[in-house]
Structures are given as structure tokens and as C-alpha cells.
Ligand binder design. Structure first.
Ligand code: NAD
Ligand code: UDP
Length: 349
């Protein structure tokens, strides 16, 4: 039986022995792409929490991914498993400065997202949202790439309409401690739509609601990671204010699928589209749930509320359901268990 289709190859008997493992391994692990051609996809903020999951999913789907990050809140360990993948490249760069690349799609996620991080250097936060987004839109315009902007539920501020539909213009303090993030992201949305109207840039704007899961930074300061780490260490869970404020938490895998669905939607779908899990819960209830799930002996400790802390937040995802045929599938308890497992392993490593 010839080992190769071509007789010349059969005359080199050692070749098969040398390369068979490589060839068969390639054959067995060949990725099945849901797209016809692999695309070159830039993910800014790709070493962060959301970005790292997005990069991993895009590589899994057979795409070529360029991960760009300045490592302000992101970590190499979030993407360590991807570093040897031929379809994955890592660039250390700050999007406040221009960059010239050839890409088909851009997911613009670069921006600190936790209040602790974005308030650390508020001027830099605005520069990232405004100058950074201009640079990414300029790149999209030059190479005719499609760009998805990671916007946020914070564009609604402390909302007076509940739940929040995309048509709501929001209730935002323009000069408060959260404004660097909220107004920066609002301006980034404006830029997307002006580049779209003025220069025909193919845009997608996702308004992301609170998302949680593995790869959140230990010092992130957001409520889910704070409570889990506190509970695992049997320290008091710090509830800010009376704990009656609400949020709606989406597990990261659901969010990544929503972002990809929006990116792959028809060109006439620009958004803004709300992406999030409509399951609303008070911060007090979240603290109790996490204490229960971790089996912790922690008590709940009340601390003063941060300024301009939104009282209620819940996405209206009717449009995402209708246009993208997308909705979150992972219940809060299941997502919390996965996240607890992640932080438990991290704290014991
Ligand atoms: P994150 O802080 O974990 O990730 C942000 C990443 O961007 C980090 O890797 C950071 O190093 C990088 N970065 C920051 N400034 C940069 C700059 N100037 N140049 C290059 N890289 C830079 O936050 P995340 O939760 O993964 O959020 C990702 C995106 O999604 C952000 O744009 C955020 O506003 C948006 N978002 C997230 C949530 C959420 O709940 N996770 C909610 C709404 C919006
Ligand atoms: N929060 C809290 N304890 C913490 C961290 C946050 O009670 O240790 C509250 C915070 O005041 C807010 C909610 O949890 O009402 C969500 O905060 P987070 O920083 O996660 O996100 P955002 O306010 O941006 O939605």
C-alpha cells in the first residue's frame, strides 16, 4: 500500500515516519470555521477580561486574530494559551497613538471598564475613548474594515427609564467622577456615527451591560469579583450603600457570542444594540447568593455609596433578540459557579 498519493514520495520512506505525527495531528485538530475565509481581526484591549475571551473564541472559529493591548488592566496570562497559535499575534500598543495595520474587522474594546480603574487616571480614560476610537475609526476608514465599538450601559447614566431601551438618551452627569468613562463612551458612539455618515465606515455599536466571568482582574474592584474574592477569603462582603441598587449580570460566554453575532450582522445593522442579561438582582441579593454558593462564613458589611452610582439597571434586549436572534443562555448561578471556580484556583496557585 503506497503511503502517499505520489510515487516519488513513496520512494522517500523516512519522510512519513518523520512527519506523520505532525500531519495527523494537523488533520485531527483542523478547525471547522463557520466562515468561508479566515478574516484578519484586530481586537483592541484583547488581553483584558472580555477581550481575552473574544480572542480565544475567534481563534477557535479559525480566524486570524491580532490582539492589541497596553496592559493597563490586561494581563499576558489571560491569553497565554494563545501565544503559540499561528493564528494569533500580540502587539503591545496604546490606542491613544495611531497604528497602521491591514485588517478586515476591528473590535474596539480597549478602555478600562471598572470604576476603580477608569477613575485612576480619568484624563487618560477619556483620551482612550475619544482619541483611541478616532484612531480605530481612521484605521477602519483607510482599510475599509468593519468596526465594532464596545460601548456601555453607562451611556444611560443613572437611568430614569427602566428597563433601558436603545431609544433612551440617558441621564448622565457630565462633570462627575464617572463622567470620564460615561461621556468618553458617549463621545465614542458619536464618533462612530459621524464616521459612518461622513465616510461610510461600516460600524456596529454594542451597548454592553455588566458582564462577569473568569479572567476578571483580582484588583478589578467590580462587584462580582470583589464579592467572590472576599467570600473565598472569609472577609466581609463590602456592600456600598443600602444594597438596594440593581444590576443585571451577563456571563462572559453569552456576551462574546452576542458581540460576534453583531459583528457578523447585515451592514445596515449599525446599532446601538443593548447586549446583556435582563435578569435583574439587587447588590444585597448578589452578596447573599455568593456567600451561599461559596459556603463562606463572611458577613455583609455596609460601606458608603460611591457618587453617581446608578440606582437601577436592566437591559431591554428586544432588538438584539429580533435582529441578531441572540439572547443570553447561562443562568446567573451557573455563571457564578464557574467564576468562583476560577478565582478559587487563582487564589490557590
Ligand atoms: P478590562 O479592563 O479587563 O479590559 C480592557 C483592556 O483594554 C485591558 O486589557 C487594558 O489593558 C486595555 N487598554 C486600556 N486602555 C488601553 C489603551 N489606551 N490602549 C490599549 N489598550 C488599552 O475591561 P473589560 O471588562 O474587558 O472591558 C472591555 C471593554 O468592554 C471596555 O471597552 C469596556 O468599556 C466595555 N464594557 C465592559 C463591560 C463589562 O461589564 N465587562 C460593560 C460595559 C462595557
Ligand atoms: N458595589 C458594591 N460593593 C463592591 C463593588 C461594587 O456594593 O465591592 C456596587 C456598586 O456600588 C454598584 C454595583 O455594585 O452599585 C455594581 O458596581 P460595579 O463596579 O461592578 O459596576 P458598575 O457600577 O459600573 O455597574
Amino acid at each position: 500500500m503506497p503511503k502517499f498519493a505520489h510515487p516519488i514520495l513513496d520512494n522517500i520512506p523516512d519522510l512519513w515516519d518523520v512527519y506523520k505525527d505532525v500531519l495527523m495531528a494537523d488533520k485531527d485538530t483542523k478547525k471547522i470555521s463557520s466562515f468561508e475565509e479566515p478574516r484578519r481581526i484586530l481586537v483592541t484591549g484583547g488581553a483584558g477580561f472580555l477581550g481575552s475571551h473574544l480572542c480565544r473564541e475567534l481563534v477557535r472559529q479559525g480566524q486570524e486574530v491580532i490582539c492589541l493591548d497596553n496592559f493597563f488592566t490586561g494581563h499576558k496570562r489571560n491569553i497565554e494559551d494563545l501565544l503559540d497559535d499561528p493564528n494569533f499575534e500580540l502587539i503591545r500598543h496604546d490606542i491613544v497613538n495611531p497604528i497602521f495595520l491591514e485588517v478586515d474587522q476591528i473590535y474596539n474594546l480597549a478602555c478600562p471598564a471598572s470604576p476603580v480603574h477608569y477613575q485612576y487616571n480619568p484624563v487618560k480614560t477619556i483620551k482612550t475613548s475619544v482619541m483611541g476610537t478616532i484612531h480605530m475609526l481612521g484605521l477602519a476608514k483607510r482599510v475599509k474594515a468593519r468596526i465594532l465599538q464596545a460601548s456601555t450601559s453607562e451611556v444611560y447614566g443613572d437611568p430614569q427609564v427602566h428597563p433601558q431601551p436603545e431609544s433612551y438618551w440617558g441621564h448622565v452627569n457630565p462633570i462627575g467622577l464617572r463622567s470620564c468613562y460615561d461621556e468618553g463612551k458617549r463621545c465614542a458612539e458619536t464618533l462612530c456615527f459621524d464616521y459612518h455618515r461622513q465616510n461610510n465606515v461600516d460600524i456596529k455599536v454594542a451597548r454592553i451591560f455588566n458582564t462577569y466571568g473568569p479572567n476578571m482582574d483580582v484588583n478589578d474592584g467590580r462587584v462580582v469579583s470583589n464579592f467572590i474574592i472576599q467570600a473565598l477569603q472569609n472577609k466581609p462582603l463590602t456592600v456600598y450603600g443600602d444594597g438596594g441598587q440593581t444590576r443585571s449580570f451577563c456571563y462572559v460566554d453569552d456576551m462574546v457570542h452576542g458581540l460576534i453575532a453583531l459583528m457578523e450582522s447585515n451592514p445596515d445593522v449599525t446599532g446601538p444594540l443593548n447586549l446583556g442579561n435582563p435578569g435583574e438582582i439587587t447588590v444585597q441579593e448578589l452578596a447573599e447568593k455568593i456567600t451561599l454558593l461559596t459556603g463562606s462564613s463572611s458577613v455583609i458589611e455596609t460601606q458608603p455609596p460611591p457618587p453617581d452610582d446608578p440606582i437601577q439597571r436592566q437591559p431591554d434586549i428586544t432588538s438584539a433578540r429580533e435582529i441578531l436572534n441572540w439572547e443570553p443562555r447561562i443562568p446567573l448561578e451557573e455563571g457564578l459557579k464557574k467564576t468562583i471556580h476560577y478565582f478559587d484556583s487563582l487564589l490557590h496557585s
